[in-house]
Design a binder for this molecule. Structure first.
Ligand code: GLY
Length: 366
C-alpha cells in the first residue's frame, strides 16, 4: 500500500505538493473548505526574485532563483498532465522609477544584483518607453530584468486542480481545526488519519499547530484587475515593477489584454476588506507609470492574506515526525511552488533537499 498523505491547504503550495505527491504514488487528500481561493486567487503572479530582491535577504533571493529555474519544466509537466495551459508568461520584467530617490534606489539594487552576478540592464526613461510604449513621461529610468517572469495565477490554479484530479487526489471541503502527527482534526468534529501530514495553510498555518505560534502572520494585500478598452494604449508586454516616490507598485499583464495592479501591504490581522484608500493609491501610482490606465475598465478589486514569516523565508521541513510544514511564503508563494513541491517530495523520500532550501528549515526559529 502506498503511504497516505494529507495536505492541509489547497492554495498553490498545497495543490503543487498534492499533485507531485500523487504523481509519485502517494495516496493524497487535500483538506480545504475552498481550494484555490485566498491569496493564491488574489495573487499578481510575479515570478520575480531579482526585481523583488532586498539587500540582506540573500537566502530569499537564492531560493526564489532556484524555483524560477524550475518553473519552465514544472509548467510543461503541468500542461502535459492537466491538459491545459498553466499561464506561464516569459516576456520579462522592468523595474522603473519616477523621482531621483526612486532612481537612486534602483541604481543601488542594480549594484547589489550585479555584485551577486545577476543579469540586469540599466535603461533611461526613453529606452524604457522604446520597450513599452504605454509607459508615461514620469518614468525616468529603470532596469530590464529579462529573466524575471510571471504566471496567470488563475490559469495556474485551474491547471493544478486538473492535474490533481488526473492523479487521483481526493478533496475534503472542510476546514482543518488542528494538525497532529498521524491525524488531522476537522472543524466538523471528524478526524482524518494520515501517515504524513503536510501543513500548507498559508496565513492560517500558525492557528493549526502550536509549534508555529507567532511564526506566521497574515499580511494583507489588495489588487485591482483592469481590462483594456478599445482606443486605449494596450498594456505592457512585460511586468512593470515600479517605485513611485518610494511607493512600490506592480503591473502584471494577462494574456487576455487584462492587467493586474498590486499591491498594498498592511499588518491588519485577518481583515480582507478592500479599502477605498488602497484602491485610490494603487490607481494614482499606476496612472503615473502608465497614463492610459485611466481609460481601462476596472473589473475587480480583491484582498488576500500573504503568509508572512519572521525573515520572509518560508518554513519548509519537518515540524515533528509525521508532520511537515510548507508555509510562510509571504510575497513569493506562486514563485516558490515548484521548489517547495520538490523539497517536500524529497523529504517524503528521505532524500537530501536542494541546498537553497536549507535556510528555510523551520527549526531556525528555535
Ligand atoms: N508578490 C507580490 C505581492 O505579494 O504582492
Amino acid at each position: 500500500m502506498s503511504k497516505a498523505v494529507v495536505v492541509v491547504g489547497g492554495g498553490v503550495i498545497g495543490l503543487s505538493i498534492a499533485w507531485r505527491a500523487a504523481a509519485a504514488g502517494f495516496r493524497v487528500r487535500v483538506v480545504d473548505p475552498a481550494p484555490g481561493s485566498g491569496s493564491s486567487w488574489v495573487a499578481g503572479g510575479m515570478l520575480a526574485p531579482v526585481t523583488e530582491a532586498w539587500p540582506g535577504e540573500e537566502d530569499v533571493l537564492a531560493l526564489g532563483a532556484a524555483s524560477l529555474r524550475r518553473w519552465p519544466e514544472f509548467a510543461a509537466r503541468l500542461q502535459a498532465e492537466a491538459g491545459r495551459d498553466p499561464g506561464l508568461h516569459t516576456a520579462g520584467t522592468l523595474a522603473v522609477g519616477v523621482d531621483a530617490a526612486d532612481r537612486d534606489e534602483l541604481a543601488r539594487l542594480a549594484e547589489y544584483l550585479t555584485s551577486l552576478g545577476r543579469e540586469v540592464h540599466q535603461l533611461t526613461g526613453r529606452e524604457l518607453r522604446g520597450l513599452e510604449p504605454s509607459l508615461g513621461p514620469a518614468v525616468r529610468g529603470g532596469l530590464n530584468v529579462p529573466g524575471d517572469l510571471s504566471v496567470d495565477n488563475r490559469l495556474f490554479l485551474a491547471a493544478l486542480r486538473a492535474a490533481c484530479a488526473a492523479n487521483g487526489v481526493e478533496f475534503i471541503a472542510v476546514a482543518a481545526a488542528e494538525t497532529l502527527p498521524g491525524k488531522v482534526l476537522l472543524d466538523n468534529g471528524s478526524i482524518l488519519d494520515s501517515e504524513v501530514t503536510v501543513l500548507a495553510a498559508g496565513a492560517w498555518s500558525a492557528r493549526l499547530h502550536p509549534g508555529l505560534a507567532g511564526l506566521i502572520r497574515p499580511v494583507k494585500g489588495e489588487i485591482l484587475r483592469l481590462r483594456h478598452r478599445r482606443g486605449a494604449l494596450p498594456p505592457p508586454t512585460r511586468t512593470v515593477r515600479g517605485s513611485v516616490r518610494g511607493k512600490p507598485i506592480y503591473l502584471v499583464p494577462r494574456p487576455d489584454n487584462g492587467l493586474v495592479l498590486g499591491a498594498t501591504q498592511y499588518e491588519a490581522g485577518f481583515d480582507t476588506d478592500v479599502v477605498a484608500g488602497g484602491v485610490r493609491d494603487l490607481l494614482l501610482h499606476a496612472e503615473e507609470l502608465m497614463p492610459s490606465i485611466a481609460e481601462y475598465a476596472l473589473v475587480e478589486t480583491a484582498a488576500g492574506l500573504r503568509p508572512g514569516s519572521m525573515d520572509n523565508l518560508p518554513l519548509l521541513g519537518w515540524l515533528e515526525p509525521g508532520l511537515l510544514v510548507a508555509a510562510g511564503h509571504h510575497r513569493n508563494g506562486v514563485l516558490l511552488a515548484p521548489v517547495t513541491a520538490e523539497v517536500v517530495l524529497d523529504l517524503l523520500a528521505d532524500k537530501e533537499i536542494t541546498p537553497e532550501a536549507k535556510a528555510a528549515d523551520p527549526g531556525r526559529s528555535r
